[in-house]
Design a binder for this molecule. Structure first.
Ligand code: PLP
Length: 381
């Protein structure tokens, strides 16, 4: 039977996974695929730290009940200590993907506008589309290290979402840039939503958190989780931390209510939060060491390919080069069909003429991928 989806969801496409459709045909022909589309470290040569796995394995023996909707006390307390706030200001959920969805759901009415960066992580518009919310983009500019260029927001703007370190550009904003965003938000009475899921994965300078530059000027909600810094994306655990928002007020109450309707986040992984935040972080040093080398290599090779230009990623694990064509969708599709290298088209991030490449893979794979991209580009031009 032919069934139509709701208008809200009909066009809500998450490009990063959607491109996998190009792979099937190649695999059916028995040809290889080099997948550089998804930012999942576990699919490459990274592993969830042993001390965290052990805690979760133990928790799975006895703790298979629903957790409290806002999260286990132990996890809330550990996150609260990390941000010097009260546990009541912390809410856990099924990844940043889910807690961001909850926060936007509770924060915005249909007439309100959410400001999101361009290029954007595709989840942001997808959540807005699904929930029937409006968004408007502010540009970040390659020539200025992909930092935001902020002009007066449209009437109805209620919140500004900032992703630092940034997916897909790899930009890491200075304290000065963060301060200017805080002043902008204060002037225009905007709530700041800070997606800082990559805040420990930085190659040159440490990442400053909004939490440390916001005093009492604006409401701030910070998002983070276990997926990237702690190499456990499959545990689906993320959190939000409220600052300058009354925890006894209606907003926090509505967050609690929405979380109650989802029952709880996965219980066992919540017991990894305290050891993650307070225990050994050796895995982060190892990860950064490997990634820095891969970042340097990919950055150099991309800029050697005729017609490509790429700024140097300072954090996360993505490169976002400008392509020698405006038709990024066709380029990425044909690149995969012809060479098996799977990247994501820039228009999936709101920025045509670019593509995103994940540099989590080992050097021989990246070498092969970049050689294939170069050969393909020569034939195309
Ligand atoms: N935010 C950004 C910027 C991301 O890149 C990702 C995943 O790639 C997420 C959020 C999703 O995080 P989680 O796994 O906690 O849902």
């Amino acid at each position: 039977m032919h069934l139509l989806p709701s208008e809200r969801t009909a066009k809500a496409v998450y490009a990063i996974r959607h491109v996998e459709k190009y792979v099937q045909e190649r695999r059916a022909r028995g040809l290889d695929v080099l997948k550089l589309n998804i930012g999942d470290p576990i699919k490459y040569d990274f592993q969830t730290p042993v001390h965290l796995r052990k805690v979760v394995q133990d928790a799975l023996k006895t703790k298979n009940y629903y957790a409290p909707s806002a999260g286990e006390d132990e996890a809330r307390e550990a996150i609260a200590a990390e941000y010097s706030v009260l546990p009541k200001q912390v809410f856990l959920g099924t990844g940043v993907s889910a807690v961001l969805d909850d926060a936007l759901n509770v924060l915005l009415n249909p007439q309100d506008i959410l400001l999101i960066p361009r290029p954007y992580y595709p989840l942001y518009p997808v959540i807005c589309q699904k929930l029937g919310l409006q968004f408007s983009v502010y540009d970040t500019v390659a020539e200025e290290g992909w930092t935001p260029v902020l002009s007066d927001p449209p009437a109805g703007a209620k919140a500004i979402l900032v992703n630092n370190p940034n997916n897909p550009t790899g930009a890491v904003y200075s304290k000065k840039v963060l301060r200017s965003i805080v002043e902008y938000a204060a002037t225009h009475k905007l709530v700041i939503l800070a997606d800082e899921i990559y805040d420990e994965i930085v190659f040159d300078e440490p990442c400053t958190r909004f939490h440390d530059v916001v005093k009492d000027e604006v409401p701030l909600i910070t998002f983070n989780g276990l997926s990237k810094n702690f190499l456990a994306p499959g545990w689906r655990l993320g959190w939000m931390v409220l600052k300058n928002i009354d925890v006894k007020g209606p907003f926090a109450e509505a967050i609690q209510n929405v979380l109650e309707s989802g029952l709880s986040a996965p219980t066992a992984p919540q017991f990894a939060v305290k050891p993650a935040l307070t225990g050994s972080k050796d895995h982060i040093h190892d990860m950064i060491k490997k990634l820095r080398e891969r970042r340097d290599f990919v950055h150099k090779r991309l800029n050697e390919i005729s017609g490509f230009s790429c700024t140097k990623p300072e954090g996360a694990f993505y490169a976002f080069p400008k392509l020698p064509t405006k038709d990024d969708v066709g380029f990425v599709r044909d690149l995969c069909k012809e060479t098996g290298v799977l990247c994501v088209h820039g228009s999936g991030f709101g920025m045509p003429g670019h593509m995103r490449l994940v540099f989590l893979a080992q050097k021989p794979i990246l070498t092969e991928a970049l050689d294939r991209i170069e050969a393909f580009t020569k034939i195309e031009s």
